[in-house]
Ligand binder design. Structure first.
Ligand code: HEC
Length: 235
């Protein structure tokens, strides 16, 4: 970090401290670990939206105001809240109490110190040009299990590139580009799409494990019209 930025951050921190509800001083390093609870749903890269909106440049943003995120609830959009230290602390303490009817499935962080740490981290990491805001850095690291972060599927490994899918009665057989074939009960295979920069190239779907049991998977296509064309009915 450049010395000048450090000075700015320190001065900014001093200015905002009196308005913080939290008696606790936030620690950026500890806050980064707390952020692990958010990373499966939020990125710090501008306009990289997942289950939740990107948190890049969050300070002083109007709640529900990121134009590229299309899934805001009416509750969040009409709340007229501006995100800063105090409003974020309230939100993270108990989202449903602060903005009733919002659609963030997160119970809240009851621990005041953890919230102070998280807000301190977010304040730094959501700034434009912060190293964590570049591609890949802000990802959860929780793997693909349990609904966590998915890898970029443009540069696809032959182990997960699907070359053929057949359906025979209740069984899908999925062949990957490395020559392996796996069988799935039809209810255990999901078909998804990802049209974003992270999604697969058209005609080159990818298979990812889904859920904890190892018997389920998802095949991700670029667009929905590819799906039935790709599946051959054959025994
Ligand atoms: C299970 C997914 C999920 C988790 C975990 C989650 N969020 Fe969210 N978050 C969402 C969704 C979805 C929304 C949009 C809610 C709505 O529109 O009602 C949201 C909205 C927000 C907003 C409002 C952003 C805006 O543009 O107005 C903030 C700030 C936020 N989350 C921060 C966090 C933080 C910090 C954490 C970690 C403590 C976290 N979220 C955990 C899914 C999640």
């Amino acid at each position: 970090m450049k010395p000048s930025l450090t000075v700015v951050l320190v001065v900014f921190g001093m200015m905002t401290t009196p308005y913080s509800l939290s008696a606790a001083e936030g620690d950026v390093g500890r806050g980064q670990r707390v952020y692990g609870a958010c990373a499966a749903c939020h990125s710090l890269e501008p306009n990289r939206n997942m289950t939740g909106p990107s948190l890049a440049e969050l300070w002083n943003r109007t709640a529900g105001g990121l134009a590229s995120f299309r899934r805001y609830s009416p509750a969040l959009k009409s709340s007229r809240i501006i995100w800063e230290d105090r409003t974020l602390d309230e939100w993270l303490k108990n989202p449903q109490q602060f903005i009733p009817g919002n659609q963030m499935t997160f119970p809240g962080l009851k621990n005041e110190q953890q919230r102070a740490d998280l807000v301190a981290f977010l304040k730094v990491a959501t700034q434009p040009g912060h190293p964590l805001s570049t591609q890949g850095q802000s990802r959860g690291g929780m793997g693909m299990m349990g609904g966590g972060e998915a890898p970029n599927l443009k540069k696809i490994d032959p182990k997960i590139e699907v070359s053929a899918i057949t359906l025979c009665q209740d069984t899908y057989r999925v062949t990957t580009a490395d020559g392996n074939t796996r069988e799935f009960w039809e209810r255990n295979l999901r078909f998804k799409t990802d049209s974003s920069d992270d999604g697969p190239a058209p005609g080159r779907p990818a298979i990812l494990r889904a859920g904890m049991m190892g018997d389920r998977a998802a095949v991700i296509f670029a667009l929905p019209n590819e799906i039935s064309a790709f599946i051959a009915h054959k025994c």
